[in-house]
Design a protein around this ligand. Structure first.
Ligand code: SF4
Length: 322
């Protein structure tokens, strides 16, 4: 049995030993392992909970564990820390960033808001952003609750939606609310094109196309369903179709194959490759997860003033999306 403070040198010789040791460390640290749907299969398989940003936010808010090993990208682990200041939040690889989050630096957003003070923007930020951007926002949303959050925005305010222009455009279509959109995007989802998805659909003409709202308009137009990764699971479970084309980061297919067995999930291709992988999500590995629990690092730390300012819009989201 491992205990805190005891030197626990890795003794692994294979994947099974590593998985076993991660389990022992997890118990010793009183840790919970949260993994995003886009993580590599080996990490999804050791997680206590696998989900999208909204589900993971709830789990992070609810957990009794003292340590959260967050297997996702930096802004996700940061979000877990914002709502759990007393807990230690670990990220297997501190360099696991996000092109979308980086497209909206807090200083640029602050300068934009200052330049457009006359607009008195109500700022809605997709959760894929830094703590600095969250702190400048009125409310946060995820792809799973964006419609609800935007629909609940005050009618007498101009809305600025950051940082994903594609998700923002999709929410405008769904809600009819006008919003100004920050021109950011996810480098993975914009790789899907009408041509690449049209081609795979020709091969599987009876397969419904399920696409993430971060995809460009031309791809969303081809989709039978546009939804968050969490809703993809329920859509695929309920669909009578055997073949289903999934247009999002390829890690999602592992979860779908596990939770909806007996169906053929086809990864949506891009114009360059047969599936799309996020290089940031794939930076986390079992070895790094093990090392993080062993060394209790890398750890997410935040200035308390910033944390409090970033927490308010997240709590507003959790409240509004119940
Ligand atoms: S898939 Fe896109 S939005 Fe998600 S972490 Fe990677 S770059 Fe960011």
């Amino acid at each position: 049995m491992v205990s805190m403070g005891v030197n626990f040198a890795p003794r692994r010789s294979g994947v099974f030993d590593l998985v076993e040791e991660i389990g022992e460390l997890k118990r010793a640290r009183n840790a919970v392992i949260l993994a995003h749907n886009y993580q590599v299969p080996a990490i999804q398989d050791i997680a206590d909970y696998v989900g999208d940003s909204l589900g993971l936010s709830y789990k992070a808010a609810e957990t009794d564990a003292e340590v959260i090993l967050f297997c996702g990208v930096h802004f996700m682990a940061e979000t877990a820390k914002i709502i759990n200041p007393a807990k230690r939040v670990l990220l297997p690889d501190l360099d696991a960033g996000c092109s979308l989050s980086e497209s909206c630096p807090p200083e640029k957003l602050a300068a934009f808001l200052e330049r457009h003070r006359d607009k008195d923007y109500y700022v809605i930020a997709y959760i894929n952003c830094s703590a600095g951007v969250k702190a400048l926002s009125d409310v946060i949303c995820t792809s799973g609750n964006a419609e609800k959050i935007v629909a609940a925005a005050p009618r007498d305010r101009n809305i600025l939606f950051v940082p994903d222009q594609n998700l923002g455009a999709w929410v405008i279509e769904r809600t009819g609310r006008q919003m100004d959109l920050w021109q950011g995007n996810c480098y993975v989802h914009v790789e899907f094109t009408a041509r690449s998805i049209g081609r795979i659909h020709e091969q599987f003409p009876n397969a419904p196309v399920v696409a993430h709202p971060e995809c460009p308009f031309a791809v969303r137009l081809l989709a039978d369903e546009v939804c968050s990764t969490e809703k993809m699971v329920s859509y695929c479970r309920q669909s009578p179709a055997h073949d289903i084309i999934i247009v999002t980061e390829a890690g999602m297919l592992h979860r779908l194959r596990k939770e909806v067995p007996g169906k053929n999930f086809i990864p949506g291709p891009t114009d360059h490759c047969a599936c799309a992988e996020c290089r940031f999500m794939k930076m986390n590995t079992l070895e790094k997860a093990h090392a993080a629990l062993l060394n209790m690092a890398p750890e997410i730390t935040l200035d308390e003033g910033l944390r409090k300012r970033a927490e308010a819009p997240i709590l507003r989201m959790l409240e509004l999306s119940r």
